[in-house]
Ligand binder design. Structure first.
Ligand SMILES: Cc1ncc(COP(=O)(O)O)c(C=O)c1O
Length: 379
């Protein structure tokens, strides 16, 4: 990389994580210094932390369409997903999830002996296959709201209706980690028993999230034991600073959601349209109507995504693809494979994801860098 090539950094990886919003930073700071109490204690310092935790719980519950007692604070989306699955399904093959779930759901589901429901070429869960797999033994069905690699939205209402009709005892979980920035999660998950969110995907800090566990799901089996916190559903001293910041980020996200969505729709239209116009043999993994605007997944013929990401990074554009394995290499995406792409095809896809911090200047710079990067690799 040369200084000339990288004038500025264009961050198009908001599905991986987002910068913290000002409201979250401001809310968090006092709890890193002066307000350090353990919310489980009874003296005045502890009570101050307890009040902050209670306020944050009310805010998060309200914004997720839940009651404060339904909210279990966790260390992030991964723990919320694991708690939803392991807290309900035992190792008796009684869990189902879609083939395009984040590994936090997919692997937790397989670990309890669960089964995977296929998706069609668009990446949408196959409702006929789900119907065939649903019977009275099923305890939990997990289908995400928005996919983290393709942005594809799942038909959650139809999933819930099917589960209620075929397996009325089963609970429905939805991973809303990628949805909260863009969609009205409270409304879309009103009839869902368990909902996961993660603060760092919507302007909050890393390492904090929440699981809504309402009504029939309230009695979760904990995966962390050793304390009465979170109504005995998650032991361990709460991350008060992180939780307070998550509540502030959630508030700002919901307040600005409509405007941010509109802005990101325009920016992503220009980004994808510009790339399709200037770079031959590029296609979108999914149609626009099936996905949120913020997550754009592009297949580029004749170019390995892993190499493209390196050149884009040299040109100042941060993007991603598939998921990194333990060695740091990029594995072909299980999501694209489930959508019927071959391994070779899947290796040519990159994800460009926009967020509340993306600007028109970022898109201009990306539109200059992308054709240069692809041209350099195609030779
Ligand atoms: C859909 C989805 N679920 C769960 C997670 C895990 O969240 P966290 O990073 O907070 O553990 C992610 C993060 O990439 C995600 O995109």
């Amino acid at each position: 990389m040369t200084g000339r090539e990288r004038d500025r950094t264009v961050y198009l990886d908001h599905a991986a994580t987002t910068p913290m919003c000002a409201e979250a930073v401001e809310a968090m700071l006092p709890f890193l210094a002066d307000s350090y109490g353990n919310p489980s204690g009874s003296h005045s310092v502890a009570r101050a932390a307890r009040r902050a935790l209670d306020d944050a719980r009310e805010t998060v519950a309200d914004l997720l369409g839940a009651r404060p007692g339904d909210v279990v604070f966790t260390s992030g989306g991964t723990e919320a997903d694991n708690l939803a699955i392991s807290g309900v399904a035992a190792g008796d093959g009684s869990a189902l999830c879609s083939a395009v779930e984040h590994p936090a759901v997919l692997e937790a589901c397989l670990a309890v002996g669960g089964s995977v429901v296929g998706v069609d070429r668009r990446g949408v869960v196959d409702l006929d296959e789900l119907a065939d797999l649903l019977d009275e033994r099923v305890r939990l069905v997990s289908v995400m709201l928005v996919n983290n690699e393709t942005g594809v939205r799942q038909p959650l209402e139809s999933v819930v209706a099917l589960v209620h009709a075929r397996a009325p005892e089963a609970l429905v979980h939805s991973d809303a980690v990628q949805a909260f920035s863009w969609l009205d999660v409270a409304a879309l998950t009103a009839s869902v028993d368990l909902v996961s969110v993660s603060a760092h995907k919507f302007g909050g800090p890393k390492g904090v999230g929440a699981l809504v566990a309402r009504d029939r799901a309230a009695l979760l089996r904990p995966i962390l034991r050793g304390g009465p916190q979170e109504r005995e559903r998650r032991a361990g001293t709460q991350n008060v600073a992180g939780i307070v910041a998550m509540a502030a980020a959630a508030k700002a996200t919901v307040r600005d959601r409509e405007e941010a969505s509109r802005r990101v729709r325009d920016l992503s239209t220009r980004l994808v349209g510009g790339i399709l116009e200037t770079v031959p043999c590029v296609h979108e993994a999914t149609a626009r109507k099936d996905r949120v605007d913020a997550i754009c997944n592009l297949g580029i013929e004749g170019v390995e995504a892993e190499e493209l990401l390196v050149v884009l990074d040299e040109l100042g554009v941060c993007a991603s693809a598939g998921s990194a394995c333990a060695s740091g290499a990029i594995e072909p995406s299980h999501v694209l494979l489930a959508m019927g792409r071959t391994i070779e095809e899947a290796k040519r896809h990159v994800r460009l994801s926009l967020g509340h911090a993306t600007t028109a200047a970022d898109i201009d710079a990306a539109l200059l860098a992308f054709p240069r990067a692809v041209g350099r690799l195609r030779g």
